[in-house]
Design a protein around this ligand. Structure first.
Ligand code: ADP
Ligand code: ZN
Length: 731
């Protein structure tokens, strides 16, 4: 094994900080020296900032002025693999290194010495006088054995006040001890028996477990209809990694999905994994960050940002629902977690499992081309079969205005209610109504800061801008013509659909699931669990419900507007609609009873709608791939979006025109530049937005050329340039 580079005290070192400086700065190594990758604290102007020792100093700064590193922090040094990953990810996404480092240090106080807390356990003595309350405390302690309680936890477990515990401490019947706050995670046991797998599942599980054990990069696309047991199969890959003494990471697209997954991990491995997400407390984050670095967290499940954790020995990354658009971070550092997972794995010699019932075209093409291994589960587990899918031709319906549930849909729901089963009505639109129109003057209420309509959210009693999040109370007077009480909602959102359902099905218990109706991820999780257990007869939901949840009693899925996603000019409109519809439909009939999915549509002859109903996925993908290839579009060609924004509209356009004129570096690589054009949403948060689009051949060195190209535009005032490599959305 080769030893990591060490710098003696006083040696010139380069330290990368999270401050937006563009490059690593020179410092002197601290007293006692430091390792390459060490987390350090360095002076920057009058401040102390966090940094990582990135290599030898450049020596191009006045040596007399080079300052000394304050101290090395008490954290495992950043490993070469992670440093390399951050650099390559920065190059790929054209992100400055400090911003990359920020992603990798999102744990507070990560260099502080482990803090301690008081814990309580049974002491050697008996209390002088036994009371009922004291008895309860001692009983709680003997019941839970070695579990270390905090004061509050112990008092709660015993159902007494904290003073009772303190009294027992004074008498030596209970011991108070210091214990480190950041505890290792309980060990997961891969040797516990898993579920009996079907032959098809077993073959896949063995293949993945072998791949996860091999210390070698590879990617497998695990395809299988919803309910085929993909999770069961990739848990065996996790077991393989754990057996080899390596760590595993499972990325889930939606925090609400984790509850069910945690339970399954516990059933399989006897303990819960570490859970990394934006809702985690600072203490939890710190603990996970540390334990991951020490190798004392074997399995992490998390959102996309968990890719930047300092794993000690990462052997497996699973990206569940790999096609999900939420893997693309659309603000700050623009990266796609699926692609970055493959990058990190290729650097650290880990295996990647991309799991989906409806893979992205990118992954499908990579698998077809042999870059990824393919693994397929063809049938649902047990008696469950794929739902029957049918379209409901809305041209035949004469629904009264402001009604969206057709007669046929209504009868289908009634039948499920009568049978004691669950039905789901799906609409991919949050809020009450997408448009608020003045019936006197025709004005539509828009956002003051964005070129977007405000969406009424009746639940919140406000109008909300889905672009910037700005909201205002619902007015009673038209802001344009002052007419009173003439504002009317137009079109349905999930809340309005729920209102219609309440009228049509007065005796049913109706639950509405939309991300903005729950204060916390926890509340949402609880609601989803309750529904899964049968607390509702009808579930009304947005795309939140399309993802992975298991509702065993659900036998009907009704899509209110299957055409909604097909209207956009988005390059991926067909792919997205296909995935979403198949995904939603997959919610139905996951247990013994077969399910049905009904799609309300005005264009039942549309090729995408027909492909969805036919369920011929191979044919759909092949056709979609041919179209993209003919157009030179991704994944056959490269694209990048350049988004210029600023408060001065003339300046923003000037910069855009300048880029369009001075495009030699792009022409050199044979790339085409389109635009500048006002972005579809031309103003967000008061900033005007202009887009350029770059199209290039797949092998063209796009990033380097773009870096040279955009460097020509001086960023005056508040003008900003964002580069979106492989854009997923074009707003
Ligand atoms: P997917 O991830 O493909 O949607 P899951 O892994 O969630 O599928 O499996 C669907 C359901 O079937 C789950 O409730 C799961 O526990 C169950 N299941 C799948 N395979 C098995 C098996 N071999 N033995 C027992 N239950 C299984
Ligand atoms: Zn807005």
């Amino acid at each position: 094994m080769h030893l990591p580079q060490f710098y003696d005290a006083g040696a010139l070192i380069a330290v990368l900080t999270t401050q937006p400086l563009g490059r690593a700065l020179d410092y002197r190594a601290p007293e006692g020296g430091c390792l390459l990758g060490a987390f350090v604290e360095v002076p920057l102007g009058p401040r102390k900032v966090l940094g990582v020792v990135w290599g030898p100093g450049k020596g191009d700064y006045d040596l007399a002025k080079v300052r000394a590193t304050y101290r090395v922090l008490d954290a495992p040094p950043m490993r070469e693999e992670l440093r390399c990953f951050l650099e390559r990810a920065a190059d790929y996404t054209l992100t400055p290194m400090p911003a990359m480092l920020r992603l990798a240090t999102r744990a507070p106080g990560l260099g502080d010495p482990p803090s301690m807390r008081k814990v309580y356990r049974r002491g050697p003595k008996e209390p002088e006088k036994m009371t009922a309350a004291r008895k309860k405390v001692l009983a709680a302690l003997s019941e839970y054995g070695d579990l270390s309680f905090t004061l509050k936890e112990l008092a709660e477990a015993a159902g007494v006040g904290t003073s009772v515990v303190k009294g027992l401490v004074a008498q030596g019947a209970v011991l108070e001890e210091d214990s480190p706050r950041d505890l290792p995670f309980p060990r997961l046991d891969p040797e516990r028996p898993g579920k009996d797998l079907t032959p098809e599942q077993a073959v896949g599980a063995a293949q993945l477990a072998d791949a996860a054990r091999a210390e070698q990069y590879g990617t497998t696309l695990l395809r299988g209809v919803t309910g085929s047991g993909k999770t069961e199969v990739y848990l065996e890959a996790v077991a393989g990694a754990l057996r080899a003494g390596r760590q595993a990471l499972v990325l889930l697209p939606e925090i609400a999905l984790t509850a069910e997954f945690l339970t399954r991990v516990e059933e399989r491995f006897g303990a819960q994994p570490a859970e990394w997400h934006s809702g985690a407390t600072m203490t939890e984050r710190r603990r996970i960050w540390r334990m991951v670095a020490q190798g004392d967290a074997q399995l992490v499940i998390g959102a996309r940002s968990s890719l930047f954790l300092p794993f000690r020995n990462l052997g497996l990354i699973v990206v569940d629902e790999e096609h999900d658009t939420s893997y693309k971070q659309e603000e700050g550092v623009l990266y796609n977690a699926r692609d970055m997972a493959v990058l990190r794995a290729s650097i650290c010699g880990a295996h990647v499992v991309l799991a989906s019932a409806t893979p992205s075209l990118e992954s499908w093409v990579n698998a077809e081309a042999g870059k990824y291994k393919k693994l397929e589960l063809t049938s649902r587990f047990g008696p469950a079969v794929m739902p029957e899918m049918r379209s409901l031709d809305m041209r035949d319906e004469s629904l009264p205005s402001n009604r969206w549930i057709s007669g046929a849909m209504r009868r289908a729901v009634d039948a499920r209610l009568a049978a004691g089963e669950q039905a789901m009505l799906f609409i991919n639109r949050r809020g009450y109504a997408p448009i608020t129109l003045c019936r006197a003057c025709g004005h539509q209420i828009g956002c003051d800061h964005c070129d977007a309509r405000m969406v009424e959210h009746r639940f919140l009693k406000r109008l909300v801008c889905h672009q910037c999040g700005e909201s205002k109370p619902m007015p009673s007077i038209c802001p344009s013509c002052d007419a009173e009480d003439r504002l009317a909602p137009v079109g349905p959102g999930v809340e309005r659909l729920a209102e219609e359902a309440v009228e049509l099905f007065p005796d049913a218990r109706i639950a509405t699931l939309s991300s903005d109706m729950y204060g916390s991820a926890r509340a949402l999780k609880a609601e989803i669990e309750a529904i899964a257990e049968g607390a509702a007869d009808i579930i009304i939901g947005t795309q939140l419900v399309a993802k992975g949840h298991n509702f065993p009693k659900l036998t009907l899925v009704g899509v209110i507007d299957a055409d909604l996603g097909l209207q956009g000019s988005d390059l991926r409109a067909a792919e997205r609609t296909f995935q979403l519809m198949r995904q939603v439909a997959g919610r139905a009939g996951r247990a013994e009873k077969p399910g049905t999915a009904l799609l309300q549509t005005y264009q039942p002859e549309h090729p995408v709608i027909r492909a969805i109903l036919a369920g011929d996925e191979e044919r759909f993908w092949a056709a979609e791939a041919r179209e993209r290839e003919a157009a030179g579009a991704p994944p056959y060609g490269r694209m990048a979006g350049i988004i210029l924004s600023g408060s001065d509209v003339a300046q923003v356009f000037d910069a855009g025109n300048r880029l369009a004129r001075q495009d030699e570096s792009m022409r050199q690589i044979g790339a085409q530049v389109f635009g500048p054009a006002p972005a579809p949403i031309a103003r967000v948060r008061g900033r005007h937005r202009v887009r350029l689009l770059v199209k290039a051949a797949k092998s063209a060195p796009v990033q380097a050329a773009i870096a040279r190209w955009i460097a020509q535009v001086p960023l005056k005032g508040d003008l900003r340039i964002a580069v979106d490599i492989d854009p997923q959305s074009f707003y």
